[in-house]
Design a protein around this ligand. Structure first.
Ligand SMILES: Cc1cc2nc3c(=O)[nH]c(=O)nc-3n(C[C@H](O)[C@H](O)[C@H](O)COP(=O)(O)O)c2cc1C
Length: 386
């Protein structure tokens, strides 16, 4: 048991027009909604409980934008992930937003296009992608060989130059709807092999048009999406951008091979207008680059000077190539988290599985109490409370 005070992380921070009451975020972790797209009463309670538990901002994982490439995204039918496509769904999400606000929290939707990660629910469930590939199939990954085969041999639709702009506008529409409902900021999923990451990575973007090229050229799509979201939400509303070195086709992958490449990738993205950068890792203890000390958040913050989120492995642990669905063990590594915070390696801490497991995780961390043993059932996106 690491007996360490997390008080420094409980200090407020201002980002854009928003005052965050502390530096703890509930990381986006996808949860199912009802078949008609409406969040259930249980899901409303799920978010309220985590806000009552004290997190400053709850992210709604994988809010699907309205685009054919998101049909049957995580499974057959609507409801495998949240969306804002119609009045009923939006009225439902307004209830979630209101519940979180009443509990003293803030809430951001994480806008997502699933890209190449679309579930292979039926043989013609086409994935809309920058280039017709899931990525390399010979790298270390937590996917089983059968799942890699299915994902890489499924039908792909390569987005044409003008179709890419349709996707940009679908992101803009989702951002506008989010603001109308009362969400406090917008998060953008640019990590983990989904569409935006698909455009960023040289393993999956083989294009030679204006959306492809070298590592800087490949940022063009992300830049357009960020600009379109900013156009819709105005100057003060924070935009949070998540990206990662790794992707499902390559757990040891490197979006940027060197700090210089990282700097060149992030420069246009920061210029396009994001206020928070989520440097997503599977283990925050891992170095970002082979021959350079420092994890991914450390380098991201050093390069951009922007409020940077550390995420991956707070209070939980599982083995490196385990599947995403493998339950972790609860651990207490808050001493290591705080050492890195005091060292200036990050500004905000996103906590995923520990908060899924226990809405009062932050209360326990603040009181230096033991964390609850991990209940594996809760990793299932269908779990929204007992
Ligand atoms: C069941 C499950 C669902 C997840 N859904 C999302 C998601 O919708 N969007 C996202 O960016 N990350 C998602 N993640 C990743 C988490 O946000 C987080 O980055 C990861 O779990 C590592 O952080 P942790 O160790 O604090 O859990 C998910 C993770 C799990 C286990």
């Amino acid at each position: 048991m690491a007996n360490v005070s997390i008080d420094p992380l409980l200090q407020p921070i201002k980002i854009g027009d928003l005052e965050l009451k502390n530096r703890i975020l509930m990381s986006p972790v996808v949860r199912q909604v009802q078949d008609d797209g409406v969040p259930s009463e249980k899901l409303i309670r799920y978010f309220r409980e985590r806000a009552e538990g004290g997190v400053a901002v709850s992210y709604v994982g994988s809010m699907l934008i309205d685009h054919p490439g998101n049909e049957d995204a995580f499974g057959p039918g609507r409801g495998s992930a949240p969306d804002l496509h119609d009045e009923a769904a939006r009225a439902g999400w307004k209830k979630v937003v209101d519940a979180v606000h009443e509990a003293g929290g803030l809430i951001f939707p994480q806008l997502l296009h699933i890209g190449a990660q679309k579930a292979v629910t039926h043989p013609d469930n086409v994935a809309y992608v920058p280039s017709p590939t899931w990525g390399p199939t010979d790298r270390a990954t937590g996917n089983s060989p059968e799942s890699v085969k299915k994902l890489s041999e499924r039908p792909f639709h390569e987005l044409s130059e003008s179709e890419v702009m349709d996707v940009v506008e679908a992101f803009a529409t989702a951002a506008r709807r989010s603001k109308e409902i009362g969400f406090d900021g917008i998060a953008l999923h640019g990590a983990h092999g989904y569409l935006l990451d698909g455009f960023l990575s040289g393993d999956t973007n083989l294009r030679t048009d204006r959306w492809g090229g070298d590592h800087v050229g490949r940022t063009a799509f992300v830049v357009e999406v960020l600009k379109a979201i900013r156009r819709e939400v105005g100057p003060g509303m924070p935009i949070s951008f998540r990206f990662s070195q790794w992707r499902p086709c390559d757990y040891d992958g490197h979006l940027a091979k060197t700090p210089k490449e990282l700097e060149e990738i992030l420069a246009p993205i920061v210029d396009a207008g994001c206020d928070i950068i989520e440097a997503s890792t599977r283990f925050f203890t891992e170095q970002a680059f082979e021959n350079e000390e420092g994890n991914f958040p450390y380098w991201t913050r050093k390069i951009t000077g922007k409020p940077t989120v550390m995420c991956g492995g707070t209070a939980v642990h599982r083995e490196k190539y385990d599947l995403a669905t493998t339950p972790p063990k609860t651990v207490n590594n808050m001493d290591e988290v705080m050492r890195r915070y005091e060292n200036g390696e990050f500004d905000l801490l996103a906590v995923g599985r520990a908060l899924v497991n226990d809405p009062n995780w932050l209360v326990r961390a603040r009181n230096v109490e033991d964390f609850l043993p991990f209940d594996g059932r809760k990793l299932n996106p269908a779990y929204v409370g007992d």
